[in-house]
Structure formats: C-alpha cells, structure tokens
Ligand binder design. Structure first.
Ligand code: NDP
Length: 444
C-alpha cells in the first residue's frame, strides 16, 4: 500500500465519525501522491504525513450563557490549532448548529494549505461552536460571545492564534468577542481579524473573500482566452462571501441571476439587485425569499436545486458538500464552463471528479477563497505596524495575491504533468512550503 493510502486509513480508523475530515484528508493525500512518491523514504522516516494530519492541539470547552427568558443555555466551544509551521494559527470561528469537532478539523486542515498558498506567514486553525445566532437577540448573541471568549482568550494571542469570522460570525460577533478579549487580558492587540474600522479593522476585509474569488475566476477565464463579461452566473448562499462575489462579478460585467439561503433560492432573469439582498441579509437579517416579494420579475423556489438554473459560471459560496454529483451533472448538461469554490469544500468528492472529467474548469476553495484569510493577514500587518492602509492599497494587494495564487497553482499542476488540474496544483503548492518548514523545525 502507498504511504498516502496508509496514512488515510489510519486517519479513518483513528478519527471515527468525522466524514468531512476524512474527505478533506483524502482529497489532499490523493493529490500529494506524486510528490510523496518522489521522496517517500525521507517523508516516511520523518512521519511527515502522520504529523500533518494530526492537529497540534484541540481545545474543547463549555460555553454557558443566559437567554432572554433567564434560562441557562450550554453550548460546545472549540479551537483546533492544526499547524503552526509557517506562522501563528489563523482561521475563522463558525457559529452554526452543525458545528462539531470533525467539521472544524476538516476546516482547520484545509486552512493549512490555503494559508500557505497566500504566501503570508500564517499557520492553520479553525474554531467555533454549535451555537445558532439565527433568531437570537443582540443581547443573547453578546452573552454567548462573552462567555465563549472568556474561555478562548486563554489560548489565543496576536502572535499565537488569531481567529476571524466564518459562517454565523460577522462584524457584530467579532465586536463582542474583541471587547471581551480586551476586558479579560487588558491587551489591545490584533488578536482577531474582521474587526470594525473604528477598532483596528482593515478596509476591504469584509469584501475580501468574495472579491478574491472573482479575481481568481478572472485569472481562470483569462487563461482560457475568455472573459467574465457577458457571462450568466449563479452564486449560492447570500452571506458574506456570496454578497461580495456578486458585487465584484457584476462590476466585471457578469450577470448574476440566482442566489440562495438554506431555505430556498431566488431567480432574477434581469440580474440580481444586490442592494435588495444586502438590505434583507445585512440589515434586516431576513430570508432570501423576501427578494421575490420585493423585486418584479423575480421568483423564489423553496428547497435545494439552484443548479437547475442554466449558467456559464457557478460559484458555490454557502457551505460544505452543498453540490453533489446529481447537481454537477445538471450543471455540465446545461453548459456550465467554470466553477470556483467560494465556500470550503462545497463540492462532494464525487461531484468534483465528475466536474473535472466533464470539461468544466474547476478551482478548489483552498485557492479560490484564500482572499479572505490573505486580507486578514494584511489586517494583522496593519495592527502590528499600528497603521491603516487605504482601500485601494489593500484591494491592490489582495488582487496581486490572487494572481500569484493562480500562478502557483497553475505552475504546480504543470510541473507534475497535470495541467489544468487545479485541485492537485493547489494541494501541492500549499504543501511544499509547509513541509519545508516542518522539516527545518525538527520533530515537533
Ligand atoms: P455567512 O454565514 O455569512 O453565510 C452563509 C450563507 O450560506 C448563508 O446565506 C446561509 O443561509 C447559506 N447556507 C448555509 N448552509 C446552507 C445550506 N445547507 N444550504 C444552502 N445555503 C446554506 O457565511 P460566509 O459567507 O462567511 O461563509 C460561507 C462559506 O465560505 C463557508 O464555507 C465558509 O467557511 C467559507 N469562507 C468564508 C470566508 C469569510 O471570509 N467569511 C473565508 C473563506 C471561506 P442561512 O442564512 O439560511 O443559514
């Protein structure tokens, strides 16, 4: 059995009931086979892969808080500090009822390679809670965030571990978390990113993941002598990543006709009116369904199936495994040409394989959505230097980082004779820097 298969089997045996983690590890190890085989003896002797798939540390804790009725609620809190070979742990916090240790391990593992691809000095981590902010009052969200940070603050720091937002953690939650960190530690430092502009945030961080995704898409279409302009686009989700992907894709001349939330999807043949979506989602915290009541000519469909809408470009920006092979078949049959993942692992392994075998150009999330964490690292730089850059400066750096990532991914795929296989390219390019640092730092 190959070294990569052996390690994969070990991961499945030692981490039961964590299917998303297994899936993320499998995709990476399969891609790395060609690299590992060239130097197998050395990697085996150092147990590089065994160390790579084992988090350096997982912190798991109780989060008690009191709801508006005076009832004590208890949630689970976690921080997975996966790999610090190339920098302090960096990765978001997710608040969603589906959160468990396996989901956070998959996200933390992906983060290692993503952060490496950015070229910036950040290691991989992820955290969160099974708390659901949906339907909670601001006071309840604050009570939860304060309790969560009271425990988490013992394990993070500006040079140790710097969390950010993710699903269910936006500007409001980061503000409450930051306030409590400062209160507990007395430190006014860049311990979180995605902060408000009045207390150390970076311009363009809010937009960065969505903008970065479209900058990456632009490189993909350019490499195929094509343009975003004039293309019909579907974007899934209607949260942070989706909204700013729609904004940038529209600026570049694309026409986004569909978006969704976890209840259903909207179709607007005239092109999505983003001001309406922002008002529903960012201001009123409502449901996407309301769009169809407010915009003439738009329709709403309850449930899944957004992939049935014909598009040239599909940008999944909601959550893991949202697109399965049946959806992928419909997209291919309807002539979809490009898929770039805004979310983390939104495409099942089977769907990814179908997409790549059926002529759709595909960019995995660890490369395509790296603009968010890259801009978080730019926020860390500004905090350390006690400076603020202009929006133009940050956007220009973000744009260049995405171009560089595309080139790294593209050239790694070519180096291993798999031109156009950006899954392999991203995993190899991400791995090379991390493994080099791990070897240099000895057995730790
Ligand atoms: P948000 O919480 O802002 O938005 C998530 C969106 O996805 C919501 O519209 C939500 O709908 C929808 N959604 C969630 N689950 C489902 C589902 N099962 N089916 C359909 N829609 C669903 O999160 P973000 O935009 O921040 O994150 C989206 C994805 O991007 C995640 O995978 C995240 O890990 C990834 N990502 C985020 C980064 C960031 O900077 N924010 C950086 C890199 C990656 P509803 O409101 O109904 O739950």
């Amino acid at each position: 059995m190959s070294y990569t298969d052996e390690v994969y089997e070990r991961v499945v045996a030692q981490n039961p009931n964590e299917p998303e983690f297994h899936q993320a590890v499998k995709e990476v190890l399969d891609s790395l086979k060609v690299v590992i085989e060239k130097n197998e003896e050395k990697y085996r002797s150092l147990s590089i892969l065994e160390r790579l798939v084992e988090p350096e540390r997982i912190i798991s804790f109780r989060v008690p808080w009191i709801d508006d009725k005076g009832v004590v609620q208890v949630n689970k809190g976690y921080r997975v500090q996966f790999n610090s070979a190339i920098g302090p742990y960096k990765g978001g916090l997710r608040f969603h009822p589906s959160v468990n240790q396996g989901i956070l391990k998959f996200l933390g593992f992906e983060q290692i390679f993503k952060n490496s691809l950015t070229g910036l000095p950040i290691g991989g981590g992820k955290g969160g809670s099974n708390f659901d902010p949906k339907g909670k009052s601001d006071r309840e969200v604050m009570a939860f965030c304060q309790s969560f940070m009271t425990e988490l603050s013992k394990y993070i720091g500006a040079d140790m571990d710097v969390p950010a937002g993710d699903i269910g953690v936006g500007g409001r939650e980061i503000g409450f978390l930051y306030g409590q960190y400062k209160r507990n530690t007395g430190l006014y430092e860049g311990v979180l990113t995605g902060k408000g502009l009045s207390y150390g945030g970076s311009l363009v961080r809010t937009e960065a993941t969505g903008y970065g995704l479209v900058y990456m898409l632009n490189e993909m279409v350019k490499a195929n002598n094509d343009t975003i302009s004039g293309k019909t686009i579907t974007v899934t989700g209607s949260g942070n990543v989706a909204i700013y992907a729609v904004q940038k894709a529209t600026q570049l001349g694309g026409k986004v006709v569909a978006m969704c939330d976890s209840n259903g999807y909207i179709y607007d043949p005239n092109g999505i009116n983003l001001d309406v979506v922002k008002d529903i989602k960012e201001v009123k915290r409502g449901r996407i369904k309301e769009y169809a009541d407010r915009v003439e000519g738009a329709s709403y469909t309850e449930g899944k199936g957004i992939w049935n809408i014909k598009c040239d470009i599909y940008l999944p920006c909601a959550t893991q495994n949202e697109l399965d092979v049946d959806g992928a078949k419909v997209l291919a049959a309807n002539g979809c040409k490009y898929i770039a993942e805004g979310a983390n692992m939104p495409t099942t392994l089977e769907a990814t394989n179908y997409i790549m075998n059926n002529g759709i150009i595909f960019m995995p999330g660890k490369a395509a959505n790296a603009g968010g964490v890259a801009t978080s690292a730019l926020e860390m730089s500004q905090n350390s230097a006690r400076l603020s850059w202009t929006a133009e400066e940050v956007d220009a750096k973000l744009h260049q980082i995405m171009i560089d990532i595309f080139q790294k991914v593209d050239s790694a795929s070519k180096r291993y004779d798999m031109a156009g296989n950006y899954v392999v390219g991203a995993n190899i390019a991400g791995f090379e820097k991390v493994v080099d640092a791990m070897i240099a730092q000895g057995i730790v």
